[in-house]
Design a binder for this molecule. Structure first.
Ligand SMILES: *Cc1c(COP(=O)(O)O)cnc(C)c1O
Length: 482
């Protein structure tokens, strides 16, 4: 027998490793056996490969086998971890679509837990004892907060726009300005949504200028609506003009054509009071006479993913009966979260204080400075040996395709490497158990404190410990291999 064959024959069997693990730890009892066996087979394959490459000396085999036992338990535990999990957003982008958009208020969670871990009156009318509508729970609070006549809620704003167009203008015409044919987040494009709804797009005006008479000239027998789309994620600057909502409403009244406005972000408070640029609120659009307004639940509203449609009851009633509404219907998680979030808007100060998205947007520079100082003190000593670290003036972004030009002054911790590259620090912070997502720009790493919840500073510190240990380990093994 040659040496290799001899080693192969000494490889343990799956069952042997399992009893070894059972002896060493009591972990096995909480680990699904199939996943454990899968990990064991993978590790035995690794050993087999090492033997074939002559990387294992016969006298080392026992030691190596002992080592893989702990690797297998770690590996199995990793396979059982949640794939979708909490991360720390240190980017300063508040409504970060890749990181889950809006953070739901802790105040809202109690309501969700109560509703979903019990039976509820989801589709049951407690007054009459008969079947009820799942949408009824939200109508009251939405109409109260926005001043609308009626409301309906679907899965997201893209579905909201599709439902509106399909209900009002299927096989008929909708007039839109060429300056408002937006694409949002890659997959929401007004012309495509229009096509799916089977409404015919009649685009008028030009990219930079559209006039009221463009809309008027486009009116025909089949015109069923004017659509105004909020250019959420871009602005056309320079020699421009667009038609104001109230002018469109006036024209619509003259010809008996309803005006739909897709607001996108759905601000319910005038944020210009807090130093941000003015964004039209849902209430103002309704007051200006829009017949139907659509907006997202998880942008500037700061609630769960949802598409909210408000407006005249006669149009909302048609949408209720549209079969698409059944396909787009929201579940009880969303209804519970949205109702509780909207309740906070009954008082502006409650909303600002308790809805994380609004709290982050309106956070004062003085508070940001205090937070940056605190975090700086917590990580400075760990880093000073190998990194330059300082607090700098930076800008946060609203994100989520809202307020694209808004740059909100903030305080950030800027870290650069005294020698070598900073990319490893970014990488290992990101690979930490609770990933810390930072921003890299020109060989510096930025940590914007605006989007980091204060309770999470300890996690950030542990993340740095993890990253620094891993960088050291990887550098040591690189040197070793040289
Ligand atoms: C964001 C946005 C949408 C899409 O909303 P979702 O809730 O992401 O589906 C549609 N229209 C406008 C103007 C938007 O800003």
């Amino acid at each position: 027998m040659d040496k290799k064959t001899n080693l192969y024959s000494k490889l343990p069997k799956v069952d042997e490793i399992i009893s070894q693990i059972e002896k060493d730890t009591n972990l096995l009892s909480n680990m699904p056996r199939d996943i454990m066996v899968e990990s064991i087979r993978e590790e035995i394959d690794v050993l087999r490969k090492q033997i074939s490459l002559n990387n294992i000396k016969p006298e080392e085999l026992d030691k190596t086998i002992n080592k893989i036992v702990s690797i297998i338990t770690i590996k199995t535990a990793n396979k059982l971890k949640y794939k979708l999990k909490k991360v720390i957003n240190a980017t300063g982008v508040i409504i970060h679509t890749n990181l889950g958009r809006s953070v739901i208020s802790k105040k809202v969670i109690d309501n969700i837990t109560d509703v979903i871990t019990n039976y509820s009156n989801l589709e049951f009318d407690l007054e009459s004892g008969k079947r009820g509508s799942r949408y009824s729970h939200l109508v009251d609070i939405i109409t109260r907060v926005t001043g609308a006549e009626s409301a309906i809620v679907v899965n997201n704003n893209a579905a909201a726009v599709l439902l509106v167009l399909s209900s009002i203008a299927k096989d008929k015409e909708v007039v839109v300005s060429r300056g408002e044919l937006v694409e949002i987040g890659g997959s929401f494009r007004i012309p495509d949504v229009m096509e799916q709804s089977r409404a015919k797009l009649v685009d008028v005006g030009t990219t930079n200028k559209t006039h009221l008479w463009d809309y008027e000239n486009a009116i025909g027998e089949d015109t069923k609506a004017f659509l105004k789309v909020h250019t959420s994620n871009y602005r056309i600057l320079g020699f421009t003009s667009s038609v104001k909502l109230d002018e469109m409403v006036e024209l619509g009244k003259k010809y008996n054509i309803p005006v739909i406005e897709d607001l996108g972000s759905g601000v319910l408070l005038d944020l210009s009071k807090y130093g941000l640029q003015y964004e039209p609120t849902v209430q103002e659009s309704l007051k200006a006479g829009a017949d139907i307004v659509t907006f997202s639940g998880d942008k500037l509203l700061g609630g769960p993913q949802a598409g909210i449609i408000v407006g005249k009851k006669k149009y909302i009633d048609v949408m209720r009966k549209n079969p698409l509404n059944r396909a787009f219907r929201v579940d009880k998680f969303t209804i519970a979260a949205l109702e509780a979030t909207l309740k906070l808007f009954l008082s502006e100060s409650e909303a600002i204080e308790n809805i994380p998205t609004l709290r982050m947007i309106t956070m004062s520079l003085a508070e940001l400075e205090k937070r940056a100082d605190k975090l700086f003190d917590m990580i400075n000593k760990k880093l000073l040996d190998k990194y330059n670290i300082q607090i700098v003036d930076e800008f946060s972004q609203v994100g989520g395709g809202s307020m694209p030009l808004e740059e909100i002054p903030t305080k950030a911790i800027m870290i650069s490497a005294k020698s070598g590259s900073i990319t490893k620090l970014e990488k290992y912070l990101r690979l930490y158990d609770i990933p810390i997502i930072t921003r890299l720009y020109k060989e510096s790493l930025y940590i914007d404190v605006r989007t980091i919840l204060e309770d999470d500073y300890d996690i950030v510190v542990k993340g740095f410990d993890y990253a620094l240990a891993n960088i050291e380990y990887s550098e040591r093994s690189e040197n070793y291999h040289e």
